[in-house]
Design a protein around this ligand. Sequence first.
Ligand code: SAM
Length: 248
Amino acid sequence: MSRPDDTTDFGYEQVPWSQKARRVGAVFSSVAKNYDLMNDLMSLGVHRLWKRFAIDLAAVRPGERVLDLAGGTGDLASAFARACGDDGVTVLADINAEMLREGRARLLDRGVARVPLVQANAEDLPFESAFDCVTIAFGLRNVTDKAAALRSMRRALRQGGRLLVLEFSHPADPALKRLYDTYSFGVLPVLGRLVANDEAAYRYLAESIRKHPDQEALRRMMAEAGFERCQYYNLTGGIVAVHRGWRL
Ligand code: SAM
């Protein structure tokens, strides 16, 4: 959706609505090659546990059709492809061609070959009642129009299907929040400079997390988009949360 007169956040910066997708695209094109290494360094490997939790909660069964949206390097898609088996299908979608290329290489390295790739914007998915399960991991906060994306994901689900959103969120404990802020704004950008030669991209990461709706706000947004039985699970004290809702 184009809203030429409005601005929106790109981290702590306000940018024209129409420019956010391009700016986010530049961030992920820049970090695509180092993306996995940086994820491991930044989270000390804990992102694998967060993803494992989301994969278990998705509980994909043989024969199901799954869409892993903003799937980037394919961590969730490879697990879903195994779980849905030969009778099901897992589609990996992302707006960014470089991330999809990395994803395809990573899937092949893991011996997963049957995952169709689709370049698509979460706000306007080319799917209608097509999937039993849609997931978006660490992707929603990068989307310009999150409400449109949630509606589009709901449309992509068949009746009875579920959406899982794994995303950075807001720790409730003040001491943990202070520690996390120090780490995010003190350590992360330095790691970004040293490892990926891109301090700005990792500053954007820290800022975009702060701008993302908190647990309750995202739950409300999901309900407003038409999802039912919406609930969330806090991980690592709320640094990350998994939201789940159903199209009923
Ligand atoms: N899901 C992967 C993971 O957890 O490792 C990748 C997450 S990465 C932090 C965020 C991804 O969201 C990037 O691959 C980016 O290209 C994608 N993305 C950003 N905006 C998007 C949009 N509007 N529609 C679809 N994907 C988008």
